[in-house]
Design a binder for this molecule. Structure first.
Ligand code: SF4
Length: 379
C-alpha cells in the first residue's frame, strides 16, 4: 500500500524488504515498507535504534553490502517533467532515462553512478568517518565535481567549492583545512556541502547531528531547512529524536521492528499520536511548556529482529494490547477507510472496526501509559 496520495511524487518506495543473513538466523531489518516522498518536502523517519531506519536509507541508495540482501520491493524515482526542469537535469544526466519513472533497484551500475550525488545524496551519521582524513575539505568537494562534472575546469571547481562552503557557513579560507583541523560542527557542515555540490533533488540525512551539541545541532538543522526551501530539494531525515522531526518535517513515518507503524503530518502526529508506540516515543522527552507530567517511557526493549513477536511486533510492550494483538498482524491503513484522501495511516488493531467499535482518543492511550508508569513505580 502506498502511504500517501501524492500530487508531486519524487520518490516512491513500494513494499521494500531487507534481510541480513547471519549464522545464528536471518535478521529482518526492513519489512514491507512503502512511502512516498514529494518534491520539496521533508519526510522524517523516526524510531528507536534497530528499528530499520538506516538500513532503509542504505537500501534506497543501493549502498547495502552483503550480508544485507534486498528481498523485494521497488524504489521508483519520478523525474521532473521536461518542461519544468528547463532541460538542466537532462543535460547533466545523459546516462539516465529521464522521461520515465525508473526503479532504482533495477538500475545498471552506469545509471546508478549518474543517480547518486546528481539526483540523490546522503549525509552519513559520522562526519569524521564520511570524510577522507588525508584530503583537505576543498579537494574533497572538488573531487565530486571533477567526477560528475568533467566539463568544469579547475577554476570553476574551486569557485563552486568556495560557494558551497559559504552556503553551509564555513569561511572560504577553510578550503585547505583537513578534517582533523575542523570542529565537529564544521565537519558535518563540510559533509553537507559535499552533498549539495551537484544540486541533488533528494538528500537523505542519516542522524546528521547526533554527535553535536544542541546549539550547533539547532544551527545546522535550521540551515538545512533554509537551503531545502531555497534550492527546492527534498529531504528524508532519519533520527531517533522525534522532537526534532516535529519541528522540521512535513510528514513523519514511525518505524518499529522494520515496519512503518504510523504515517502522519507533523501537526497531526504531535496533536494526535494514534499508535501506542508513537505516543510512547512522543512522551519520552519532556516538554518545555505546559503542566509538569510524569514521564512514562516505553516499557521493555525493541525485539530481536531474528525472532520478531507474532501478530503486532509491539504487543509485548504495548500497554493497550488486547486479544488479537499477539496473533494478527496489523496492516498500515488509512484511519478512515472511506476517505481515500486521508493521509494519516496507522497499523494498530485499536483502529480496526473488526476488533474495536470506537477508536481510542489520545487521552485513553495516555491513561494506559500513566497506569503503567504508576505500576512500575510501585514495584
Ligand atoms: Fe498495541 Fe495491539 Fe495496537 Fe499493537 S495492535 S500497538 S499491541 S493495541
Amino acid at each position: 500500500m502506498t502511504t500517501t496520495v501524492a500530487t508531486n511524487k519524487l520518490l516512491e518506495v513500494k513494499n521494500l524488504g531487507v534481510d541480513y543473513s547471519a549464522a545464528n538466523g536471518t535478521v529482518h531489518a526492513v519489512i514491507d515498507v512503502s512511502f512516498t516522498l514529494e518534491r520539496g518536502k521533508v519526510l522524517g523517519l523516526a524510531g528507536e535504534s534497530g528499528s530499520g531506519k538506516s538500513t532503509l536509507a542504505y537500501a534506497i541508495t543501493r549502498l547495502l553490502r552483503p550480508p544485507a540482501l534486498i528481498t523485494g520491493g521497488k524504489v521508483i524515482y519520478y523525474p521532473e517533467p521536461i518542461e519544468k526542469s528547463n532541460g538542466a537535469k537532462h543535460a547533466k544526466n545523459n546516462a539516465w532515462e529521464l522521461d520515465a519513472p525508473t526503479d532504482i533497484l533495477q538500475c545498471s551500475p552506469q545509471q546508478l553512478r549518474a543517480f547518486r550525488w546528481d539526483t540523490m545524496a546522503i549525509v552519513f551519521q559520522s562526519a569524521m568517518n564520511a570524510l577522507n582524513p588525508v584530503m583537505n575539505i576543498g579537494a574533497q568537494i572538488m573531487d565530486v565535481l571533477q567526477t560528475h562534472r568533467p566539463e568544469m575546469g579547475p577554476d570553476a571547481r574551486r569557485i563552486r567549492a568556495i560557494e558551497l562552503l559559504k552556503l553551509v557557513g564555513i569561511a572560504p579560507d577553510r578550503l585547505r583545512s583537513y578534517p582533523h583541523e575542523l570542529s565537529g560542527g564544521m565537519r558535518q557542515r563540510a559533509v553537507i556541502a559535499i552533498a549539495l555540490a551537484l544540486n541533488p533533488e533528494i538528500i537523505i540525512m542519516d542522524e546528521p547531528t547526533t554527535a553535536l551539541d544542541v546549539v550547533v545541532q539547532r544551527e545546522i538543522l535550521t540551515e538545512i531547512m533554509q537551503l531545502s526551501k531555497e534550492f527546492g530539494f527534498s529531504v528524508i531525515f532519519i533520527t531517533h529524536d522525534l522532537s526534532l522531526l516535529l519541528e522540521l518535517a512535513d510528514n513523519v513515518a514511525i518505524m518499529y521492528a522494520g515496519r512503518i507503524v504510523e504515517y502522519a503530518s507533523q501537526d497531526d502526529l504531535y496533536s494526535h499520536p494514534r499508535h501506542p508506540y508513537s505516543y510512547g516515543l512522543l512522551n519520552s522527552f519532556p516538554t518545555l511548556y505546559g503542566p509538569r507530567l510524569k514521564m512514562a517511557g516505553i516499557p521493555g526493549t525493541p525485539p530481536d529482529l531474528r525472532a520478531i513477536p507474532s501478530g503486532c511486533a509491539f504487543h509485548p510492550r504495548c500497554p493497550l494490547a488486547f486479544e488479537p494483538c499477539n496473533r494478527v498482524l496489523p496492516i498500515l491503513q488509512p484511519l478512515n477507510m472511506a476517505d481515500s484522501e486521508q493521509s494519516s495511516l496507522v497499523a494498530c488493531h485499536l483502529y480496526d472496526a473488526r476488533f474495536r467499535e470506537e477508536p481510542p482518543g489520545t487521552e485513553e492511550i495516555g491513561t494506559h501509559y500513566a497506569a503503567l508508569a504508576e505500576r512500575s513505580e510501585r514495584s
